[in-house]
Design a protein around this ligand. Structure first.
Ligand code: ADP
Ligand code: MG
Length: 580
């Protein structure tokens, strides 16, 4: 064995590999440099998946002739000066590695001019060294052109995917930067075709229109305000996606991959989205610089928080609060809705019937019998300002079209979808009973027999315990035949077979345990709930509304659809011309 010190060009290529993994990494570094230079306009052009050409042009500060030459030396940076600066990094770059790394694995041309120079500087590098330099007229700012990426590193070239895939990575990246910096006019052109044009208005929602389309963008719910440390937009429960690809997080405006943040956001949607569905989330988290370490990976895509749990809780709460506020009873409105005070879930105590009574409210229920109903300006109003997630106490007025329940609340008229509302109530009941291992079952006097496919048989064998935890007692009864000896007692009689079939499907499809459990509970609830078209008597209506008032998320059914809509009092006044 002979030990040799590697030649400098080998060392620089190895080092370059850490920063420049694929064409998108080049784009990332160049965009970050442009942002650090204060650019308000950044144009990205790529050809051949970024392998043939990447050009990032900005209108930022530019570099002087001297700086431009130094910028390509390893560890040359204008952004930090000493070790102590590492603790308070506010720029996106700081390692001084990007430009030399890129130059080590591609041909690079730079054209740059500062505000107080008349002529611009032109610089061309090959294999990391300048081969041409001079003056050239150009607008203020910097344009870096990178061509023939990895031509001198065949091993890297081999690992690249198709130009289409590499372009996709780049596009994804530019999209994320335009969301993190809505004040910057980003544009992306792929092989001569403009594919993204961010407006640069400073409004994130305007960027979302460009990225996710007008409809989704308009429906997105704002999280936080100008002073919040957690800010952005999240989709309402009725909009969802089938993958996590629509979760975008930024920490101090740096795009990051973070499991903690993803988990926190997804957790906030618990009970609001169907299994296997994910929200669209665009959030920036502002964290004091000393509470994070961005220096854990050369491409800086990962971030370490000092207090993972604190960050998790804060994000989960912020998203949940936004959702609760917004999904609080959709209002029929042709006018912009007034902004209400923040609701902080988990902190308030929902207003109970007893509270309402002790608050001295009157008993005016039509159907309620013993139930007290909040008078418009007493207890129930408090309940609303305390929390928009829980329902105030409602006074039932009747049933409409055997499908909706009409009720009056402290602020307006409520139309409740009886099936959706009942689904919500039963869903929570099923989950509660199972969690407490107190599932109510009904024995079948005349057991139903169930013929199953070989696949279903395997599922029953593997998931017998799971099924019995929900109250299904299945007993083998010959070749691929089972007898249902007991079912959950909430389950409607005519619906048993269909519910069982759906649950077996769900057990075969869903991998993630929590999602599977929610889906089973939702299936049982759906097949147990009253249907549209079913006439209910006063007592049944009253019980349903009562149960809904007590549920944790009364505004949506387990599938995320609204259970009710509300016409506010002021809206009614407006509609009848009673207020000006
Ligand atoms: P870092 O960004 O970590 O400082 P880079 O190698 O990416 O290292 O860049 C080196 C230096 O070159 C930067 O510190 C900055 O001063 C200068 N520079 C790079 N790109 C630009 C740009 N687009 N506009 C102005 N200055 C730039
Ligand atoms: Mg940089």
């Amino acid at each position: 064995m002979t030990i040799e010190v590697l030649a400098p060009e080998v060392v620089s290529k190895i080092a370059a590999g850490e920063v420049v993994e694929r064409p998108a990494s080049v784009v990332k570094e160049l965009i970050e440099n442009s942002l650090d230079a204060g650019a308000t306009r950044i144009a990205v052009d790529i050809r051949g998946g970024g392998v043939r050409l990447i050009r990032v042009a900005d209108n930022g500060s530019g570099m002087s002739a001297v700086d431009a030459a130094v910028a390509f030396r390893r560890h040359a940076t204008s952004k930090i000066h000493s070790v102590s600066d590492l603790d308070s990094i506010s720029s996106l770059g700081f390692r001084g590695e990007a430009l030399p790394s890129i130059a080590a694995v591609a041909r690079v041309e730079v054209l740059t001019r500062t505000a107080d120079e008349i002529a611009g500087t032109f610089l061309r590098l090959e294999n990391g060294s300048p081969v041409e330099s001079g003056e050239k007229a150009c607008p203020r700012g910097t344009s870096v052109t990178v061509s023939d990426l990895f031509q001198n590193v065949p091993a890297r070239l081999k690992f690249l995917k198709s130009p289409g895939t590499e372009s996709g990575h780049i596009s994804n990246l530019v999209v994320h930067y335009s969301m993190a910096f809505p004040e910057v006019r980003f544009s992306l052109s792929i092989d001569g075709r403009v594919t993204l044009q961010a407006p640069g208005s400073g409004e994130l929602r305007d960027v979302l229109v460009e990225v996710y389309g007008v409809k989704a963008a308009e429906a997105m719910i704002p999280v936080g305000d100008a002073d919040s440390t957690i800010r952005g937009f999240v989709s309402p429960p009725f909009i969802s996606r089938s993958s996590r690809a629509y979760l975008s997080f930024f920490v101090n405006r740096r795009f990051v991959n973070s499991r903690i943040l993803s988990r926190a956001a997804i957790d906030a949607y618990k009970g609001l989205l169907m299994v296997g569905k994910y929200p669209i989330v665009v959030l920036n988290v502002t964290v004091p610089h000393h509470d994070i370490d961005v220096n854990v990976h050369p491409s800086k895509m990962e971030v370490k928080f000092r207090d993972d749990q604190g960050v998790f809780t804060a994000v989960q709460r912020a998203v949940r609060a936004a959702l609760v506020e917004e999904t609080a009873v959709p209002r029929i409105s042709r006018h912009p809705r007034p902004v209400e005070g923040p609701a902080i879930p988990g902190v308030h105590k929902p207003m109970s019937r007893e509270d309402a009574q002790s608050a001295g409210t009157m008993q005016t229920g039509l159907f309620r019998g013993s139930a007290a109903v909040g008078s418009p300006d007493a207890g129930a109003a408090t309940a609303r300002s305390e929390s928009t997630s829980r329902l105030p106490i409602l006074r039932v007025l009747g049933q409409l079209a055997a499908t909706y329940i009409i009720a009056e609340g402290p602020d307006g008229l409520y139309l409740i979808d009886q099936h959706a509302a009942h689904e919500r109530v039963l869903f929570e009941k099923v989950r509660r009973q199972r969690a407490g291992m107190v599932v109510e079952v009904q024995g079948m006097l005349d057991p139903l027999t169930l013929e199953v496919t070989p696949r279903q048989e395997r599922i029953i064998e593997a998931s017998g315990d799971m099924l019995s935890s929900y109250g299904f007692d299945l007993e083998p009864f010959g070749q691929r035949v089972y007898r249902l000896r007991a079912v959950p007692s909430v389950l409607g009689e005519g619906e048993i077979m269909r519910a069982v079939a759906e649950i077996l499907d769900c057990l075969s499809e869903e991998r993630d345990a929590e999602g599977r459990e929610d889906k089973i509970a939702a299936t049982i609830a759906c097949h147990s709930a009253v249907r549209a078209g079913q006439v209910l008597n006063a007592e049944e209506i009253s019980k349903l509304v009562n149960d809904l008032e007590r549920s944790a998320s009364p505004q949506t059914c387990p599938h995320g659809r609204p259970t009710m809509i509300r016409f506010t009092s002021s809206q009614l006044e407006r509609e009848f011309g009673r207020s000006l």
